[in-house]
Design a binder for this molecule. Structure first.
Ligand code: FEO
Ligand code: CA
Ligand code: CA
Ligand code: CA
Length: 680
């Protein structure tokens, strides 16, 4: 979320509260550790850092860097020319338009409200479309996105026709309705709530390029809206668990809707996983909160007041869609009669098959329950487990990895591979190594830590009496990770896996609350307002390994911010590449790394942007700048890397139409005027 947002509720400090009070990795341990990492930050923002890192480095003789943990995490034998950046960097910009390099073009596509299905109801610029109409139109606040070639299932890789699937993270109520959110006698008009729920979720849009190179919507049966109200199945360990039972599904096997879908991940078998990030803000509990609510920040009121929909004139079944957002236990009630457990059916990765419109989305609970920013799969190998990574985007939260029990075979692979496996959480040691800690009651070490926590009776200030079973571990993934001893990070956002080297990259967007006493080698900046990008290589380059070597790829910041490896300045940011708060991250099919920002849009950075990086040389160039007030989030290309789709979320206004004040989130199509490969 950018600070700059028309949504007044965004300023609610409870929106993304710090809820990890577990104090993993205390300062005295950091100081005691010989900081053998040689990747340090210097430059204009490094003053606070120098005291911490300088102390650590003084004790680092450098002799221990010769083994597994040198500055770069793998021996990368590729030719840096393969991922060279051939364009001229664009300057920072505060213009209310998209800026791309010389020789490139950019055009807005699929703005919020574009009709894509059903009766294809036309968008009305006064925002007077109904909830029912919004259910047939592109949602709001475009975010993570993937392009599925239309012939993917038959082994093809079309770059001229496909299914563009995108998330709609949240909404701007002021823009969504003619006069913003309204209340009558303290209640919300029900159709406003219906429209808000419909503006969330996922859009699947069949698109095709004509002979002139113009992309259009194909009116086909693939086109589909999945919203905050769509019926979904629950699979994996938490399926059927008592804490997921609701009046809608008394056996805890189904729920309605996916919310706050930030980033995503395409699976190796051609489906789409939408991440549920800040779902906690949609629920209200005015009574006593459970530990699974407290550890996620569910509060006494909700962000959009959907639970206050006016029931007058609604059928019971209609009202049920809204009242479920009030998760307060009713006196004398139960999970079968009130929605005390509704929030426990959110916080997952949701699998959607874009090629099978009649198939219900499935919440894959084995991948954990937290503020999933997104998910990224490691390259698959026949006969080996499926591995994917997911970050929990909140200050001091963690990075997770899932390893399937069953091996991958391309002929038979499907989503059931994600239903059984082990969920791990990352510990980043100060010497540049790291470990994956299993969150499984079958693991003796984890079980012993859980038992010790039960004996203490408290975890991070939350009363703790143990886990009922593995389903309970999943529902309380954050608490389980606290107990395991994971490293609290500076807000893990998107991950990306280098298709050539196999290295895993994660953006750590910022963490203004990290104190000096809470720094460590992987999160070395106190009051980290600009963020950094971390990367690691799994032991033996095996993604199911239990250990890894990590490195900081780059520190974001102002001109002169340096990333120093083994006393050599590898990156020193200039006018061509200053950036802050890296968020979106994606390797294209040629191995160029794309970095998107969601940060301060004041000088010297100005509007949010997207940069390209050469992962071999760490050369970084600004490629794209968004309009005023937006964040730039979501990027994918066609397989030939000649059409790029980039999402613009929450522009301020007069964009994409400079004559219309009401802003519309939109996808931007970027092409090279000579038809060449983007970025080359
Ligand atoms: Fe939805 Fe973490 O940004
Ligand atoms: Ca963000
Ligand atoms: Ca965001
Ligand atoms: Ca994000």
């Amino acid at each position: 979320m950018a600070k700059h947002d028309l949504d007044p509720n965004y300023l609610d400090p409870n929106y993304e509260p710090v809820v990890n009070h577990s104090e993993n990795t205390p300062f005295h341990q950091v100081l005691a550790a010989r900081m053998q990492r040689r990747t340090v930050m210097k430059g204009t923002v490094g003053a606070a850092l120098a005291s911490v890192m300088g102390l650590g480095l003084a004790g680092c003789g450098g002799d221990s860097d010769g083994d597994s943990s040198t500055g770069t995490t793998t021996t990368n034998t590729r030719n840096p020319e393969d991922t060279a950046l051939g364009f001229k960097a664009v300057p920072v910009s505060d213009a209310n338009e998209v800026v791309v390099p010389e020789g490139y073009s950019a055009e807005a596509f699929l703005p919020w409200g574009t009709p894509i299905t059903g009766g294809y109801p036309e968008f009305r610029t006064d925002a007077s479309n109904t909830g029912e109409e919004q259910e047939q139109q592109v949602g709001m606040h475009h975010d993570g996105m993937h392009f599925f070639p239309i012939d993917l299932k038959s082994g093809g890789s079309s770059s001229t026709e496909g299914l563009l699937v995108m998330n709609h993270e949240y909404i701007n109520q002021k823009a969504l309705h003619p006069a913003g959110a309204t209340y009558v006698n303290g209640l919300r008009p029900a159709d406003e709530v219906r429209k808000e729920i419909a503006a969330h979720g996922v859009s699947i849009v069949h698109i095709k390029q004509d002979s002139n190179g113009t992309w259009d919507i194909v009116m086909s049966d693939y086109n589909r809206r999945i919203t905050g109200g769509t019926e979904m199945d629950i699979s994996g360990p938490a399926r059927g668990f008592s804490k997921l039972a609701t009046p809608f599904s008394t056996d805890g096997t189904a729920t309605r809707g996916t919310l706050n879908n930030c980033s995503m991940g395409p699976t190796p078998w051609g489906t789409y996983l939408a991440a549920e990030e800040n779902w906690h803000g949609y629920f209200a509990n005015s009574g006593e909160r459970t530990k699974e609510q407290t550890r996620h920040g569910v509060g006494s009121s909700s962000r959009y007041d959907w639970e206050l929909a006016d029931p007058n004139g609604l059928l019971d079944a209609e009202y049920d869609q809204y009242k479920r957002f009030d998760v307060t236990p009713v006196e004398g009630g139960s999970a079968a009669t009130d929605y005390r457990n509704e929030a426990n059916t959110f916080g997952y990765l949701v699998e959607i098959d874009p090629f099978v419109p009649e198939k219900k989305p499935v919440k894959r609970t084995a991948l954990g329950r937290f503020g999933h920013e997104g998910v990224i799969f490691a390259p698959v190998e026949e006969g080996k487990p499926v591995v994917c990574y997911s970050g929990d985007d909140s200050r001091f939260e963690y990075i997770y990895k899932f390893v399937s029990d069953q091996p991958y075979y391309s002929d038979t692979a499907n989503g059931s591979l994600l239903d059984s496996g082990t969920l791990y959480v990352a510990r980043f040691n100060n010497d540049g190594t790291g470990e994956w800690l299993p969150l499984s009651l079958e693991d003796a070490n984890f079980k012993a830590k859980v038992d010790a926590a039960v004996a203490r009776g408290v975890v991070g200030g939350i009363d703790f009496e143990g886990f009922e079973n593995q389903a309970d571990v999943i529902v309380n993934t954050r608490l389980a990770a606290d107990i395991a001893g994971a490293t609290p990070m500076d807000r893990p956002e998107w991950g990306a896996v280098d298709p050539v080297s196999g290295e895993v990259y994660f953006t750590l967007t910022n963490n203004d609350e990290r104190l000096d006493s809470q720094t460590n080698a992987a999160n070395p900046v106190a009051g980290n307002t600009t963020g950094h990008i971390i990367r690691w290589s799994e032991a033996g380059n095996d993604h199911s390994a239990m250990s890894f070597d990590w490195d900081i790829f780059v520190f974001a910041g102002e001109q002169g911010t340096e990333t120093v490896v083994d006393d050599e300045v590898i990156v020193s940011l200039t006018d061509d590449n200053i950036f802050n708060s890296p968020d979106g991250l994606w390797f294209d099919y040629n191995g160029r790394l794309w970095i998107q920002t969601d940060g301060s849009d004041a000088a010297p950075y100005e509007n949010n942007m997207m940069l390209a990086a050469n992962p071999v040389t760490r050369e970084i160039k600004r490629f794209f700048v968004g309009p005023v007030g937006c964040e730039v989030t979501g990027v994918v290309t066609t397989p030939d890397t000649k059409t790029m789709f980039v999402n613009i979320q929450h522009p301020d206004g007069y964009w994409p139409n400079a004559n219309v004040e009401r802003p519309r989130d939109a996808t931007v199509i970027v092409t090279r005027n000579d038809g060449g490969v983007i970025g080359a």
